[in-house]
Design a protein around this ligand. Structure first.
Ligand SMILES: Cc1cc2nc3c(=O)[nH]c(=O)nc-3n(C[C@H](O)[C@H](O)[C@H](O)COP(=O)(O)OP(=O)(O)OC[C@H]3O[C@@H](n4cnc5c(N)ncnc54)[C@H](O)[C@@H]3O)c2cc1C
Length: 376
Protein backbone atom coordinates (compact mmCIF):
# COMPACT_ATOMS: atom_id res chain seq x y z
CA UNK A 1 0.00 0.00 0.00
CA UNK A 2 1.12 3.62 -0.53
CA UNK A 3 1.41 5.90 2.47
CA UNK A 4 0.15 9.21 1.11
CA UNK A 5 1.86 11.24 3.83
CA UNK A 6 5.31 9.71 3.41
CA UNK A 7 4.91 9.21 -0.34
CA UNK A 8 6.59 5.87 0.06
CA UNK A 9 5.64 2.21 -0.08
CA UNK A 10 5.11 0.73 3.36
CA UNK A 11 4.25 -2.90 4.15
CA UNK A 12 0.69 -3.82 5.08
CA UNK A 13 0.48 -4.21 8.83
CA UNK A 14 -0.77 -7.63 9.82
CA UNK A 15 -1.28 -8.45 13.47
CA UNK A 16 0.68 -11.33 15.01
CA UNK A 17 -2.27 -13.75 14.96
CA UNK A 18 -2.93 -12.95 11.30
CA UNK A 19 0.77 -13.28 10.48
CA UNK A 20 0.84 -16.72 12.05
CA UNK A 21 -2.35 -17.85 10.28
CA UNK A 22 -0.52 -17.47 6.96
CA UNK A 23 2.20 -19.96 7.97
CA UNK A 24 0.14 -22.29 10.23
CA UNK A 25 -0.64 -24.87 7.47
CA UNK A 26 3.04 -25.29 6.58
CA UNK A 27 4.00 -25.64 10.25
CA UNK A 28 1.26 -28.24 10.81
CA UNK A 29 2.43 -30.19 7.75
CA UNK A 30 6.09 -29.94 8.83
CA UNK A 31 5.22 -31.29 12.31
CA UNK A 32 4.79 -34.81 10.87
CA UNK A 33 8.40 -34.83 9.55
CA UNK A 34 9.71 -33.29 12.76
CA UNK A 35 8.03 -36.09 14.75
CA UNK A 36 9.18 -38.85 12.38
CA UNK A 37 12.82 -37.74 12.31
CA UNK A 38 13.00 -36.27 15.80
CA UNK A 39 14.72 -33.21 14.34
CA UNK A 40 14.63 -29.66 15.62
CA UNK A 41 12.02 -27.73 13.56
CA UNK A 42 14.50 -25.48 11.75
CA UNK A 43 12.07 -24.74 8.92
CA UNK A 44 9.25 -23.80 11.29
CA UNK A 45 11.49 -21.46 13.30
CA UNK A 46 12.61 -19.84 10.03
CA UNK A 47 8.94 -19.42 9.08
CA UNK A 48 8.23 -17.75 12.44
CA UNK A 49 11.19 -15.45 11.86
CA UNK A 50 10.00 -14.67 8.33
CA UNK A 51 6.58 -13.71 9.70
CA UNK A 52 8.28 -11.37 12.19
CA UNK A 53 7.11 -13.50 15.10
CA UNK A 54 10.46 -13.85 16.84
CA UNK A 55 10.78 -10.07 17.21
CA UNK A 56 7.14 -9.15 17.92
CA UNK A 57 7.36 -10.38 21.56
CA UNK A 58 10.20 -7.88 22.23
CA UNK A 59 9.63 -4.51 23.91
CA UNK A 60 8.92 -1.65 21.48
CA UNK A 61 12.23 0.02 22.38
CA UNK A 62 13.96 -3.04 20.89
CA UNK A 63 11.95 -3.17 17.69
CA UNK A 64 9.14 -5.44 18.90
CA UNK A 65 5.42 -5.06 19.56
CA UNK A 66 5.71 -5.85 23.30
CA UNK A 67 3.59 -8.95 22.81
CA UNK A 68 5.34 -10.90 25.60
CA UNK A 69 5.82 -7.99 27.98
CA UNK A 70 2.75 -5.73 27.84
CA UNK A 71 -0.32 -6.92 29.76
CA UNK A 72 -2.48 -4.88 27.36
CA UNK A 73 -1.53 -7.35 24.59
CA UNK A 74 -2.65 -10.37 26.58
CA UNK A 75 -5.57 -11.47 24.38
CA UNK A 76 -3.50 -11.37 21.17
CA UNK A 77 -0.56 -13.00 22.90
CA UNK A 78 -2.65 -15.85 24.36
CA UNK A 79 -4.39 -16.38 21.00
CA UNK A 80 -1.03 -16.55 19.24
CA UNK A 81 0.37 -19.10 21.72
CA UNK A 82 -2.76 -21.24 21.26
CA UNK A 83 -2.67 -21.02 17.47
CA UNK A 84 1.01 -22.01 17.37
CA UNK A 85 0.25 -24.91 19.74
CA UNK A 86 -2.57 -26.06 17.46
CA UNK A 87 -0.19 -26.13 14.48
CA UNK A 88 2.66 -27.79 16.42
CA UNK A 89 3.10 -28.26 20.15
CA UNK A 90 6.83 -28.66 19.53
CA UNK A 91 7.07 -25.23 17.91
CA UNK A 92 4.72 -23.80 20.56
CA UNK A 93 6.97 -25.09 23.36
CA UNK A 94 10.03 -23.52 21.77
CA UNK A 95 8.26 -20.22 21.08
CA UNK A 96 6.96 -20.05 24.65
CA UNK A 97 10.50 -20.45 26.00
CA UNK A 98 11.68 -17.66 23.70
CA UNK A 99 8.92 -15.37 25.00
CA UNK A 100 9.67 -16.29 28.61
CA UNK A 101 13.34 -15.30 28.22
CA UNK A 102 12.25 -11.94 26.78
CA UNK A 103 9.78 -11.40 29.64
CA UNK A 104 12.35 -12.19 32.34
CA UNK A 105 14.93 -9.83 30.84
CA UNK A 106 12.29 -7.11 30.47
CA UNK A 107 10.97 -7.52 34.01
CA UNK A 108 14.24 -7.87 35.92
CA UNK A 109 16.68 -6.01 33.66
CA UNK A 110 19.43 -7.41 31.50
CA UNK A 111 20.86 -7.80 28.01
CA UNK A 112 17.71 -7.21 25.95
CA UNK A 113 19.79 -5.92 23.03
CA UNK A 114 21.42 -9.37 22.79
CA UNK A 115 18.06 -11.13 22.74
CA UNK A 116 16.80 -8.64 20.16
CA UNK A 117 19.85 -9.28 17.96
CA UNK A 118 19.30 -13.03 18.25
CA UNK A 119 15.62 -12.71 17.33
CA UNK A 120 16.47 -10.42 14.41
CA UNK A 121 18.98 -13.01 13.21
CA UNK A 122 16.18 -15.61 13.24
CA UNK A 123 17.25 -17.44 16.40
CA UNK A 124 15.04 -18.22 19.37
CA UNK A 125 16.06 -18.11 23.01
CA UNK A 126 14.77 -20.30 25.82
CA UNK A 127 14.86 -20.81 29.59
CA UNK A 128 16.77 -23.75 31.05
CA UNK A 129 16.03 -24.23 34.72
CA UNK A 130 15.34 -27.95 35.27
CA UNK A 131 17.87 -30.03 37.20
CA UNK A 132 18.12 -33.63 38.38
CA UNK A 133 20.58 -34.30 41.19
CA UNK A 134 23.62 -32.14 40.52
CA UNK A 135 22.52 -28.70 39.36
CA UNK A 136 24.44 -25.72 38.04
CA UNK A 137 26.27 -23.46 40.48
CA UNK A 138 27.53 -19.92 39.91
CA UNK A 139 30.78 -18.78 41.52
CA UNK A 140 31.85 -15.13 41.51
CA UNK A 141 34.94 -14.55 39.40
CA UNK A 142 36.39 -11.13 38.40
CA UNK A 143 33.77 -9.19 36.42
CA UNK A 144 31.44 -12.12 36.05
CA UNK A 145 30.48 -15.63 37.16
CA UNK A 146 31.72 -19.12 36.47
CA UNK A 147 29.05 -21.80 35.88
CA UNK A 148 29.57 -25.48 36.59
CA UNK A 149 27.18 -28.41 36.70
CA UNK A 150 24.35 -29.90 34.63
CA UNK A 151 20.94 -28.83 33.35
CA UNK A 152 18.37 -31.36 32.14
CA UNK A 153 15.35 -31.05 29.82
CA UNK A 154 16.83 -28.09 27.92
CA UNK A 155 14.59 -27.52 24.88
CA UNK A 156 16.40 -26.27 21.82
CA UNK A 157 19.77 -27.52 23.11
CA UNK A 158 22.26 -27.45 20.26
CA UNK A 159 20.17 -24.89 18.33
CA UNK A 160 19.66 -22.01 20.76
CA UNK A 161 22.71 -19.73 20.89
CA UNK A 162 21.73 -17.54 23.88
CA UNK A 163 19.53 -19.40 26.43
CA UNK A 164 18.68 -18.02 29.83
CA UNK A 165 20.22 -20.51 32.29
CA UNK A 166 19.62 -20.47 36.04
CA UNK A 167 22.55 -21.18 38.35
CA UNK A 168 22.60 -21.44 42.13
CA UNK A 169 24.64 -18.77 43.94
CA UNK A 170 26.07 -19.46 47.40
CA UNK A 171 23.17 -18.65 49.72
CA UNK A 172 21.35 -16.14 47.50
CA UNK A 173 19.04 -18.14 45.23
CA UNK A 174 19.39 -18.82 41.54
CA UNK A 175 21.00 -16.31 39.22
CA UNK A 176 19.72 -15.87 35.64
CA UNK A 177 22.51 -15.87 33.04
CA UNK A 178 22.23 -15.31 29.30
CA UNK A 179 24.83 -17.89 28.40
CA UNK A 180 26.66 -17.84 25.07
CA UNK A 181 26.56 -21.45 23.94
CA UNK A 182 29.68 -20.83 21.85
CA UNK A 183 31.66 -20.42 25.11
CA UNK A 184 34.34 -22.91 26.11
CA UNK A 185 33.34 -25.67 28.54
CA UNK A 186 29.81 -26.49 27.28
CA UNK A 187 28.74 -29.98 26.18
CA UNK A 188 25.26 -30.78 24.82
CA UNK A 189 23.85 -34.31 24.90
CA UNK A 190 20.72 -34.82 22.79
CA UNK A 191 20.90 -38.62 22.91
CA UNK A 192 18.92 -38.58 26.17
CA UNK A 193 15.79 -37.27 24.40
CA UNK A 194 14.16 -40.54 23.29
CA UNK A 195 10.66 -39.22 23.91
CA UNK A 196 7.22 -40.56 22.99
CA UNK A 197 6.11 -37.07 21.96
CA UNK A 198 7.55 -33.56 21.47
CA UNK A 199 10.36 -35.40 19.71
CA UNK A 200 11.62 -32.36 17.79
CA UNK A 201 12.08 -30.10 20.80
CA UNK A 202 15.73 -31.21 21.15
CA UNK A 203 15.22 -31.36 24.91
CA UNK A 204 18.73 -32.38 25.90
CA UNK A 205 21.15 -32.34 28.80
CA UNK A 206 23.75 -29.57 28.97
CA UNK A 207 26.97 -29.76 30.98
CA UNK A 208 28.79 -26.62 32.08
CA UNK A 209 32.43 -26.85 33.04
CA UNK A 210 33.71 -23.52 34.40
CA UNK A 211 31.79 -21.50 31.81
CA UNK A 212 32.37 -17.77 32.15
CA UNK A 213 29.38 -15.38 32.05
CA UNK A 214 30.14 -11.64 32.17
CA UNK A 215 28.18 -9.32 34.49
CA UNK A 216 26.63 -7.73 31.36
CA UNK A 217 24.91 -11.05 30.63
CA UNK A 218 23.28 -11.38 34.05
CA UNK A 219 19.54 -10.84 34.43
CA UNK A 220 18.16 -9.24 37.58
CA UNK A 221 19.45 -10.28 41.01
CA UNK A 222 19.90 -13.73 42.58
CA UNK A 223 16.49 -15.13 43.56
CA UNK A 224 14.46 -13.06 41.07
CA UNK A 225 13.71 -16.11 38.93
CA UNK A 226 11.30 -17.64 41.46
CA UNK A 227 9.54 -14.37 42.34
CA UNK A 228 5.72 -14.42 42.44
CA UNK A 229 3.65 -14.06 40.45
CA UNK A 230 5.92 -14.23 37.40
CA UNK A 231 7.38 -17.72 37.96
CA UNK A 232 4.40 -19.85 39.03
CA UNK A 233 1.84 -17.55 37.38
CA UNK A 234 3.69 -17.77 34.07
CA UNK A 235 2.45 -21.35 33.71
CA UNK A 236 -0.62 -19.85 31.99
CA UNK A 237 1.49 -19.53 28.82
CA UNK A 238 2.18 -23.27 28.79
CA UNK A 239 -1.55 -23.91 29.23
CA UNK A 240 -2.29 -21.55 26.34
CA UNK A 241 0.05 -23.50 24.04
CA UNK A 242 -1.32 -26.83 25.27
CA UNK A 243 -4.93 -25.71 24.74
CA UNK A 244 -3.99 -25.28 21.07
CA UNK A 245 -2.97 -28.94 21.01
CA UNK A 246 -6.26 -29.84 22.65
CA UNK A 247 -8.16 -27.83 20.00
CA UNK A 248 -6.31 -29.64 17.23
CA UNK A 249 -7.08 -33.05 18.74
CA UNK A 250 -10.77 -32.14 18.95
CA UNK A 251 -10.78 -31.12 15.27
CA UNK A 252 -9.01 -34.35 14.26
CA UNK A 253 -11.43 -36.32 16.46
CA UNK A 254 -14.40 -34.73 14.63
CA UNK A 255 -12.81 -35.41 11.24
CA UNK A 256 -12.18 -39.02 12.22
CA UNK A 257 -15.83 -39.52 13.21
CA UNK A 258 -16.91 -37.99 9.91
CA UNK A 259 -14.59 -40.33 7.97
CA UNK A 260 -15.60 -43.46 9.86
CA UNK A 261 -19.30 -42.58 9.61
CA UNK A 262 -19.66 -43.05 13.39
CA UNK A 263 -20.70 -39.45 13.97
CA UNK A 264 -24.32 -40.60 14.21
CA UNK A 265 -23.61 -43.27 16.81
CA UNK A 266 -24.96 -42.17 20.23
CA UNK A 267 -22.01 -43.59 22.20
CA UNK A 268 -19.50 -41.82 19.94
CA UNK A 269 -21.51 -38.60 20.16
CA UNK A 270 -21.59 -38.87 23.95
CA UNK A 271 -17.79 -39.19 24.10
CA UNK A 272 -17.35 -36.41 21.57
CA UNK A 273 -19.56 -34.07 23.60
CA UNK A 274 -17.46 -34.83 26.69
CA UNK A 275 -14.27 -33.97 24.75
CA UNK A 276 -15.80 -30.79 23.30
CA UNK A 277 -16.99 -29.74 26.77
CA UNK A 278 -13.55 -30.40 28.21
CA UNK A 279 -11.96 -28.21 25.54
CA UNK A 280 -14.45 -25.40 26.07
CA UNK A 281 -13.91 -25.49 29.85
CA UNK A 282 -10.13 -25.52 29.32
CA UNK A 283 -10.31 -22.60 26.87
CA UNK A 284 -12.25 -20.44 29.31
CA UNK A 285 -10.03 -21.45 32.23
CA UNK A 286 -6.84 -20.58 30.38
CA UNK A 287 -8.21 -17.20 29.24
CA UNK A 288 -9.10 -16.34 32.84
CA UNK A 289 -5.73 -17.60 34.13
CA UNK A 290 -3.92 -15.43 31.56
CA UNK A 291 -5.80 -12.33 32.71
CA UNK A 292 -5.37 -12.93 36.42
CA UNK A 293 -1.68 -13.80 36.07
CA UNK A 294 -0.88 -10.60 34.18
CA UNK A 295 -3.25 -8.17 35.94
CA UNK A 296 -1.11 -6.03 38.26
CA UNK A 297 -4.14 -5.36 40.50
CA UNK A 298 -4.48 -9.05 41.42
CA UNK A 299 -2.43 -9.91 44.55
CA UNK A 300 0.47 -12.24 43.60
CA UNK A 301 -0.71 -14.96 45.98
CA UNK A 302 -4.19 -14.95 44.38
CA UNK A 303 -2.79 -14.96 40.83
CA UNK A 304 -0.52 -17.91 41.59
CA UNK A 305 -3.28 -19.88 43.34
CA UNK A 306 -5.60 -19.34 40.36
CA UNK A 307 -2.99 -20.49 37.84
CA UNK A 308 -2.13 -23.45 40.10
CA UNK A 309 -5.79 -24.49 40.14
CA UNK A 310 -6.01 -23.96 36.39
CA UNK A 311 -2.96 -26.22 35.82
CA UNK A 312 -4.43 -29.02 37.90
CA UNK A 313 -7.90 -28.77 36.37
CA UNK A 314 -6.51 -28.40 32.87
CA UNK A 315 -4.62 -31.69 33.23
CA UNK A 316 -7.88 -33.51 34.05
CA UNK A 317 -9.65 -31.89 31.08
CA UNK A 318 -6.85 -32.76 28.64
CA UNK A 319 -6.72 -36.38 29.75
CA UNK A 320 -10.50 -36.60 29.27
CA UNK A 321 -10.30 -35.11 25.77
CA UNK A 322 -7.41 -37.35 24.67
CA UNK A 323 -9.07 -40.45 26.09
CA UNK A 324 -12.35 -39.69 24.29
CA UNK A 325 -10.52 -39.17 20.97
CA UNK A 326 -8.52 -42.37 21.32
CA UNK A 327 -11.59 -44.43 22.29
CA UNK A 328 -13.79 -43.07 19.52
CA UNK A 329 -11.14 -43.47 16.83
CA UNK A 330 -10.04 -46.85 18.18
CA UNK A 331 -6.87 -48.32 16.72
CA UNK A 332 -6.83 -45.56 14.09
CA UNK A 333 -5.83 -43.14 16.87
CA UNK A 334 -2.56 -45.05 17.28
CA UNK A 335 -1.67 -45.37 13.60
CA UNK A 336 0.19 -42.96 11.36
CA UNK A 337 0.03 -41.11 9.11
CA UNK A 338 -3.17 -39.75 10.74
CA UNK A 339 -1.90 -36.77 12.80
CA UNK A 340 -4.22 -37.72 15.66
CA UNK A 341 -1.68 -40.15 17.13
CA UNK A 342 1.14 -37.59 16.96
CA UNK A 343 -0.95 -34.80 18.45
CA UNK A 344 -2.05 -37.03 21.34
CA UNK A 345 1.54 -38.18 22.03
CA UNK A 346 2.81 -34.61 21.91
CA UNK A 347 0.17 -33.33 24.30
CA UNK A 348 0.51 -36.24 26.72
CA UNK A 349 4.27 -35.67 26.86
CA UNK A 350 4.09 -31.88 27.14
CA UNK A 351 1.48 -32.23 29.88
CA UNK A 352 4.19 -33.57 32.20
CA UNK A 353 5.14 -30.29 33.84
CA UNK A 354 6.87 -29.77 37.20
CA UNK A 355 5.24 -29.93 40.60
CA UNK A 356 1.67 -30.41 39.38
CA UNK A 357 0.53 -32.02 42.62
CA UNK A 358 2.25 -29.30 44.64
CA UNK A 359 0.37 -26.71 42.54
CA UNK A 360 -2.94 -28.41 43.24
CA UNK A 361 -2.02 -28.48 46.93
CA UNK A 362 -1.18 -24.75 46.95
CA UNK A 363 -4.51 -23.92 45.28
CA UNK A 364 -6.32 -26.03 47.85
CA UNK A 365 -4.56 -24.26 50.72
CA UNK A 366 -5.46 -20.84 49.32
CA UNK A 367 -9.10 -21.76 48.72
CA UNK A 368 -9.59 -23.61 52.01
CA UNK A 369 -8.67 -20.39 53.82
CA UNK A 370 -11.31 -18.48 51.79
CA UNK A 371 -14.37 -20.67 51.80
CA UNK A 372 -13.45 -22.34 48.51
CA UNK A 373 -13.77 -19.32 46.24
CA UNK A 374 -11.53 -16.78 44.54
CA UNK A 375 -14.27 -14.16 44.72
CA UNK A 376 -14.41 -12.09 47.89
C1 LIG B 1 8.62 -31.26 26.04
C2 LIG B 1 9.24 -30.67 27.27
C3 LIG B 1 10.16 -29.67 27.14
C4 LIG B 1 10.79 -29.12 28.26
N1 LIG B 1 11.67 -28.10 28.12
C5 LIG B 1 12.22 -27.53 29.21
C6 LIG B 1 13.10 -26.41 29.09
O1 LIG B 1 13.40 -25.92 28.00
N2 LIG B 1 13.61 -25.89 30.23
C7 LIG B 1 13.34 -26.41 31.46
O2 LIG B 1 13.83 -25.88 32.46
N3 LIG B 1 12.53 -27.47 31.59
C8 LIG B 1 11.97 -28.04 30.51
N4 LIG B 1 11.15 -29.12 30.66
C9 LIG B 1 11.09 -29.78 31.94
C10 LIG B 1 9.99 -29.27 32.84
O3 LIG B 1 10.26 -27.96 33.22
C11 LIG B 1 9.93 -30.17 34.05
O4 LIG B 1 11.16 -30.23 34.70
C12 LIG B 1 9.52 -31.55 33.72
O5 LIG B 1 8.52 -31.54 32.76
C13 LIG B 1 9.06 -32.19 35.01
O6 LIG B 1 8.24 -33.25 34.72
P1 LIG B 1 8.02 -34.39 35.78
O7 LIG B 1 6.76 -35.10 35.37
O8 LIG B 1 9.25 -35.19 35.94
O9 LIG B 1 7.70 -33.52 37.07
P2 LIG B 1 7.97 -33.73 38.59
O10 LIG B 1 7.71 -32.42 39.25
O11 LIG B 1 9.24 -34.42 38.86
O12 LIG B 1 6.76 -34.67 38.94
C14 LIG B 1 6.75 -36.08 38.70
C15 LIG B 1 5.87 -36.71 39.75
O13 LIG B 1 6.57 -36.65 41.00
C16 LIG B 1 5.76 -35.97 41.95
N5 LIG B 1 6.65 -35.20 42.81
C17 LIG B 1 7.50 -34.24 42.42
N6 LIG B 1 8.15 -33.76 43.49
C18 LIG B 1 7.69 -34.45 44.56
C19 LIG B 1 7.98 -34.42 45.94
N7 LIG B 1 8.89 -33.58 46.43
N8 LIG B 1 7.32 -35.25 46.74
C20 LIG B 1 6.41 -36.12 46.26
N9 LIG B 1 6.08 -36.21 44.95
C21 LIG B 1 6.73 -35.39 44.13
C22 LIG B 1 4.84 -35.09 41.16
O14 LIG B 1 3.70 -34.72 41.87
C23 LIG B 1 4.54 -35.97 39.96
O15 LIG B 1 3.55 -36.89 40.26
C24 LIG B 1 10.49 -29.65 29.54
C25 LIG B 1 9.54 -30.66 29.68
C26 LIG B 1 8.91 -31.18 28.56
C27 LIG B 1 7.89 -32.26 28.73
Amino acid sequence: MVNVHLQARVPDMVDAVGAFAAIAPEIFADAADVDRNGNFPTGAIAALAGAGLLTRPLPRAHGGEALAVDAAAIDNYAALLTDIGAASLTVGRLFEGHCNAILLVDRYGGPMATLAAEATAGRISGVWNAERGVGVTATRCGNGWQLSGRKVHCSGAGSIRRPLVTAQTPGNGPLMCLVDMASDGIAVDLSVWQAAGMRGTATGTVNFDDVFVADDDIIGAPGDYYRAPLFAGGAWRVLAVQSGGMRQILALHAAQLARSGRGADPVSRHRFAAAAGAFEAARLLVAEAAHRATDATVPPEAAVAYVDLARATFETLVLLGVDAARRNAGLAAFLGPDPLDRCCRDLETYLRQPMLDASRDNAAGYLLARGGTFER
